[in-house]
Design a protein around this ligand. Structure first.
Ligand SMILES: Cc1cc2nc3c(=O)[nH]c(=O)nc-3n(C[C@H](O)[C@H](O)[C@H](O)COP(=O)(O)O)c2cc1C
Ligand code: SF4
Length: 519
């Protein structure tokens, strides 16, 4: 019997992995070949999807991208024995993009069957939970604190400190809320993890519950992720049936259960207080802080709100120890980060690496440069609120503080690349228009400011009182940054001002057009 792996991840399905799996089954049947098809998560090398892997005595070998029409010739070539074919990629883990990574959070993604508890357990799954069950809540919190883990949702707040606040609250009910709204442009790590290794998120949430004394968890998942929704719901059922969730986690007498709720399709619902409003069945509008959600969160109870990746990193911290994790990274950015390459990039996909490599290394060593082969002109890291960096800033290290020093954001690790055909005035306008569209409307600088901002940018583009309007735009950005109630209005100036600062020629119609495109 030969095990053949074809990803069931949405990105792989979108390029035909489902049809490839069917073709392999059909072909195997007609040839009488003894094949077991495993639908795994993705290895993250999206430009090679559908990536088919064969388990051989020497490890897994890969072929890709495979189309259904390639399947007969793969069988002819003897791919079930790992033989050569035009689509051969060799040993999966020797592919340079994969080999150069440090996969901790994504250690199992692409390797296991996402819905097999046996597979999960035999690949180090639940080791962290088992250790946590032997520890006092405060000791679990300290372990997470010592690992240096910071929130992967965007703000980079130390997870251990947040947990400590919730642990120190006295309440009849506490909650763990997982933020899986994943609204940032160019990001898909949360989805990939949930579809490829859902038990690691479940394990992380149980550990969080044990640590702070919460007995109920909710995953707030964006509604645009139907595959992740199905996978996670099934994984929760399986974990419950096996005794990992329920009134007595693994017979410990400690309760923890969880459920999934679908989001309402608004970017602002990714912000934690709007998310809590939405989870309570209300309109997703920002709440004033304080009180922090850690003190009065879901239904007014102390609540941990953490991103998918933050929670899914806890199991490895608990199983290997805080120091193991803290040994990766640089400065105050400890551990690894799953970075996601998108936009105009040759090798799009997710790679997990310790903090500290440069943006240039990410784009060229992992991404292989632009997909068009044209010169790179701008990169936006950290989603729609992240700054646009020109080539001269590409040597910035991927580290929270190094990015902040350049008025940039690491955010959720999305890296979106643009070649020299990009019009940065349009990108600046888009950032303001996005803010106007997604504004929850609670505060004036964002609600009104973003609409006025679009108008001012239009005037600049149309060369109406350019100098005065550029000054006005600066004033407006200063106001939005300083006086907005939340970071949607507060960070929109980042993409806008970086575009003006680094690409001024695009805001000047009088400047020769070529100048803007000859970098
Ligand atoms: C406008 C806006 C959108 C956000 N969207 C998300 C999101 O989609 N996913 C996420 O995890 N955090 C998002 N955040 C950050 C959350 O407010 C919060 O900081 C995070 O869920 C905390 O988890 P962490 O500490 O694990 O990162 C957003 C913040 C803002 C201001
Ligand atoms: S900045 Fe103000 S109006 Fe904009 S989303 Fe935040 S709270 Fe709402």
């Amino acid at each position: 019997m030969t095990r053949v792996f074809v990803p069931i991840d949405a990105a792989a399905l979108s390029v035909g992995a489902g049809r490839v799996a069917e073709a392999i089954e059909r072909e195997a049947k007609s040839r009488g070949a003894d094949v077991t098809l495993v639908r795994n998560g993705t290895r993250g090398m999206l430009w090679l999807e559908p990536l088919v892997e064969i388990e051989t005595s020497g490890g897994r070998v890969a072929y890709g991208p495979v189309n259904p029409e390639d399947v007969p010739s793969l069988f002819d070539a003897g791919f079930l024995e790992g033989q050569a074919h035009a689509l051969s990629l060799g040993a999966t883990e020797q592919i340079p993009f994969f080999k150069a990574q440090e996969r901790l959070t994504f250690a199992r993604c692409g390797i296991t069957d996402p819905l097999s508890l046996d597979d999960y357990a035999s690949n180090d799954g639940f080791a962290g939970l088992k250790r946590a069950l032997t520890m006092e809540p405060a000791a679990i919190v300290e372990e997470v604190f010592k690992s240096g883990l910071r929130g992967r949702g965007g703000a980079g707040f130390p997870t251990g400190i947040k947990w400590r606040t919730v642990l120190n609250e006295t309440a009849d009910q506490k909650y763990i809320v997982c933020n899986a709204d994943e609204g940032d442009s160019g990001t898909y790590a949360d989805r990939m993890l949930i579809e490829g290794d859902p038990f690691v998120l479940i394990e992380g949430m149980i550990i969080a519950g044990l640590a702070v004394g919460a007995t109920q968890g909710f995953v707030y998942l964006r509604s645009e992720y139907p595959h992740a929704y199905r996978t996670l719901r099934r994984a929760i059922e399986l974990a419950r049936e096996a005794g990992y969730l329920g009134s007595s986690v693994l017979g410990s007498g400690k309760a923890f259960d969880m459920d999934v709720r679908l989001g309402a399709g608004a970017y602002i619902c990714g912000e934690e207080t709007s998310l809590l409003e939405s989870l309570e069945g209300k309109k997703g509008v920002i709440r004033y802080k304080p009180p922090l959600p850690a003190i009065a969160g879901l239904f007014g109870k102390p609540t941990v709100v953490n991103n998918v990746l933050s929670l899914a990193t806890v199991p490895i911290i608990m199983s290997k120890g805080a120091q193991f994790y803290a040994d990766f990274g640089m400065g105050r950015s400890r551990g690894t980060m799953p970075f996601q390459l998108a936009g105009n990039i040759k090798q799009g996909g997710l790679f997990e690496k310790a903090f500290g490599i440069t943006l240039r290394q990410a784009i060229y060593d992992f991404g292989g440069g632009t997909a068009t082969g044209r010169p790179l002109r701008a990169v936006q890291v950290g989603g729609p609120l992240g700054a646009y960096f020109p080539d001269s800033l590409l040597d910035t290290a991927l580290d929270y503080e190094a990015f902040a020093a350049q008025k940039g954001l690491l955010g959720h690790g999305g890296i979106v690349v643009f070649d020299d055909s990009v019009d940065m005035a349009k990108q600046a306008r888009f950032a303001m228009a996005f803010c106007a569209h997604e504004s929850c409307g609670k505060c004036t600088p964002c609600r009104i400011g973003s609409t006025r901002g679009v108008e001012v940018i239009d005037k600049i583009i149309n060369d109406e009182d350019r100098k005065d309007n550029l000054e006005l735009l600066d004033d407006l950005c200063e106001l939005m940054e300083g006086a907005s109630l939340c970071l949607l209005g507060g960070l929109t100036p980042y993409p806008v001002q970086s575009a003006v600062r680094f690409f001024p020629e695009d805001f000047d119609k009088a400047a020769p057009v070529q100048q803007a495109h000859n970098h």
